[in-house]
Write a protein of this length. Structure first.
Length: 315
C-alpha cells in the first residue's frame, strides 16, 4: 500500500491520480483563393483523421482550440466550455483511446507519448496553425509534452491542475526511479480489482476530485467504461514521466491554473508551494490558484474557469 504521509496531500494525490485523457471525431478547414473572373474553386477539406490512439470532434468556427481530457475521462468533461466557445473558436474535443468507452487495442504498452505523437500528427494533417491547447490533469501533461517536443505546432498551452512531474506528490526528493515501484503497484492494482471493488473505490475517490455531485457520478461511469489495461498503462506513464528538465528552454506561453479547497481539497498554502516549486524553471508561466475547487476546476468553479479561459485565449 502507498502511505499517505509520503504525499503532499491525500486529497491532492487522489485528485491527480484520477487525472487525464482525450478522444473525439474529425475536423478542420482550409482557406482558398479564387479569381473574380473564374469559377469558384471547390474547398479542399483535410482528409478525415483516423487514429487508434484518439479521436477528435470539431465544433464551431474561428481560431483553433484543442481540449484534452484527463485520466479515465470523456471529452464531455469539456462540453460546457466547448458550447460556450464555439461561437468564437473552432474547438477540437479530443477523446483518448481506452477511456470512457473508447476502444483500446494496445494492451499494457505505452500510453502518453503515443498520444502526444498523434496530437502532433492531427495538427499537421488538419492544417492547424499554432492552435491553443488546453489539457486537464494527464491531458495537461500531454499538452506540455507536445509544446516541448513540437513547439512549432503549438501557439500556447493551458495545463489545468496538472504537474510537470506527477510523482512530485511523493515529496520534493522524488525521482522517476524512486516512483517506479509505486507506479507498478498502482497499475497492478487496477488490473487486479474486480468490478465491484473498483467501482466502490471510484465512488469513494470521486469525493476528493470534485465538489460537484454530477461530476462525481460521471467520473465513476467514465472509469467503469474505461479499459483497465489502458488505465494501468496510463497511470504508469503519468507517474514515471518527468518533463521538468525541459521547462527552462520552453518558449511556448503556458498558463497553469491549479485548485485549492479549504473544505476537503488542497489547502491554499500547500497548493501554492507545490505549483511554484514544480513550475519554477518555466519562463513566464502564469500560475493561478482557483479557490473553492478540487481537481475538476471546470466543474467546481465554472464561472472563474471561463474567465481564465477567456484571458488565456485573448493573450
Amino acid at each position: 500500500m502507498l502511505h499517505h504521509r509520503h504525499f503532499v496531500g491525500r486529497s491532492t494525490f487522489r485528485a491527480l491520480f484520477m487525472a487525464s485523457a482525450a478522444v473525439a471525431a474529425i475536423g478542420g478547414g482550409v482557406l482558398f483563393a479564387t479569381d473574380v473572373w473564374a469559377e469558384p474553386a471547390a474547398a479542399t477539406a483535410p482528409a478525415p483523421f483516423v487514429s487508434d490512439r484518439l479521436s477528435v470532434e470539431v465544433v464551431g468556427q474561428g481560431p483553433d482550440l484543442i481540449l484534452i481530457p484527463g485520466f479515465g475521462c470523456s471529452r464531455e468533461v469539456w462540453r460546457a466550455e466547448a458550447e460556450r466557445l464555439k461561437a468564437s473558436h473552432q474547438v477540437h474535443l479530443v477523446q483518448l483511446a481506452g477511456f470512457a468507452g473508447e476502444p483500446w487495442t494496445h494492451g499494457d504498452g505505452p500510453f502518453v507519448q503515443p498520444v502526444v505523437d498523434e496530437l502532433a500528427r492531427y495538427i499537421r494533417d488538419q492544417g492547424l496553425t499554432a492552435p491553443a491547447v488546453a489539457g486537464h490533469s494527464m491531458g495537461g501533461l500531454s499538452a506540455l509534452m507536445l509544446a516541448q517536443q513540437k513547439p512549432e505546432l503549438v501557439g500556447k498551452v493551458m495545463t489545468v491542475d496538472s504537474l510537470p512531474f506527477f510523482s512530485a506528490l511523493f515529496g520534493p526528493q522524488a525521482t522517476v526511479e524512486g516512483a517506479r515501484p509505486y507506479a507498478e503497484q498502482a497499475a497492478a492494482g487496477m488490473l487486479a480489482a474486480d468490478d465491484a471493488s473498483f467501482r466502490a473505490g471510484q465512488v469513494r475517490g470521486a469525493v476528493g476530485y470534485s465538489r460537484d455531485p454530477l461530476t462525481r457520478e460521471r467520473m465513476v461511469e467514465w472509469s467503469m467504461a474505461s479499459d483497465r489495461h489502458a488505465m494501468a498503462a496510463a497511470i504508469r506513464d503519468v507517474m514515471l514521466t518527468d518533463v521538468r528538465p525541459g521547462l527552462a528552454t520552453m518558449t511556448t506561453p503556458v498558463w497553469a491554473p491549479y485548485a485549492s479547497d479549504a473544505d476537503g481539497g488542497a489547502p491554499a498554502a500547500m497548493a501554492d508551494a507545490l505549483w511554484r516549486q514544480e513550475y519554477a524553471t518555466l519562463p513566464g508561466v502564469r500560475l493561478t490558484r482557483v479557490d473553492g475547487s478540487r481537481h475538476f476546476i471546470m466543474s467546481d468553479q465554472p464561472a472563474k474557469f471561463a474567465e481564465l479561459m477567456d484571458q488565456f485565449l485573448a493573450n
